[in-house]
Design a protein around this ligand. Structure first.
Ligand SMILES: [Zn+2]
Length: 247
């Protein structure tokens, strides 16, 4: 997916001085060195200074803007090879995501993000456990990320499996962690995996319970949230429309 930097018509470095659509032209001019490489390196990866300046709310707003670019077909003309080079020496991701393994819901693509912008944890049914929390604590406490975003999606196979009480090897145990969301979903109508509105209602409840679990099981993250250092938020991606609904 790399773009030939020389042959590409969109080589103006100003096009690349953006993080999720936010212009950093002024700081870029002040911070970059005089060499061409440092200018490209700066433009293609998030710096610590840029990340540290963003508030959790600003980060969520930029994610929404990225999803708007995705749904409107206005995605940025990213040079992934340049991003790989620019980010190789260090990373300053703004957020840590927990989303489903579903092949149709890749967060980086549907939010129009670059290499290095976010940590991405993918678990079937976006459930949390101690290992997931360990990664989130690493991201937020040691690496400086400011948003924890749990993202479910419509027509989720894991949610359907939990509704159907499916059993298969290790999957049985995973689905057991989603079943409390099935039970907690208030829904008057057909409570089956064939009824998509019910499946999607459970998906939303599952995100809410996952967030509650993160707060309960991680004193590190809960503490950072109550001090206002980070924000823990939920969202649901609609496979049919491409739109992410931020709660
Ligand atoms: Zn799923």
């Amino acid at each position: 997916m790399s773009v030939d930097h020389k042959a590409c018509p969109h080589t103006d470095p100003r096009d690349r001085r953006n993080f999720l659509g936010a212009s950093f032209a002024l700081t870029a001019a002040a911070a970059v060195g005089t060499g061409a490489f440092s200018e490209v390196a700066y433009a293609d990866a998030l710096t610590k200074a840029q990340r540290d300046k963003l508030t959790p709310d600003a980060i969520l707003a930029l994610m929404k803007k990225g999803n708007k670019r995705f749904t409107s077909g206005q995605m940025k003309d990213y040079d992934y090879l340049a991003q790989q080079r620019a980010s190789a020496a260090g990373q300053y991701p703004v957020a840590v995501l927990l989303s489903c393994i579903d092949s149709r819901a890749p967060a980086e693509t549907i939010m129009d993000l670059r290499i290095g912008d976010i940590f991405n944890t993918r678990m079937a049914g976006n459930i949390e456990n101690g290992d997931v929390l360990g990664g989130m604590e690493f991201a937020c406490k040691l690496m400086g990320s400011k948003v924890v975003l749990v993202m479910g999606h419509t027509s989720c196979g894991a949610i359907k499996g939990a509704i159907d009480n499916a059993e298969l090897g290790n999957l049985t145990g995973l689905l057991a962690k989603i079943k409390p969301a099935v039970a907690a979903t208030v829904y008057t109508g057909e409570r089956t995996s064939k009824n998509y509105p019910f499946v999607d209602a459970v998906a939303r409840k599952n995100v809410e319970l996952t967030i509650a679990g993160i707060r309960k099981d991680s004193t590190v993250l809960a503490g950072r949230e109550s001090s206002g250092t980070i924000k823990i938020a939920g969202a649901k991606y609609n496979l049919a429309t491409g739109v992410i609904d931020f709660f």
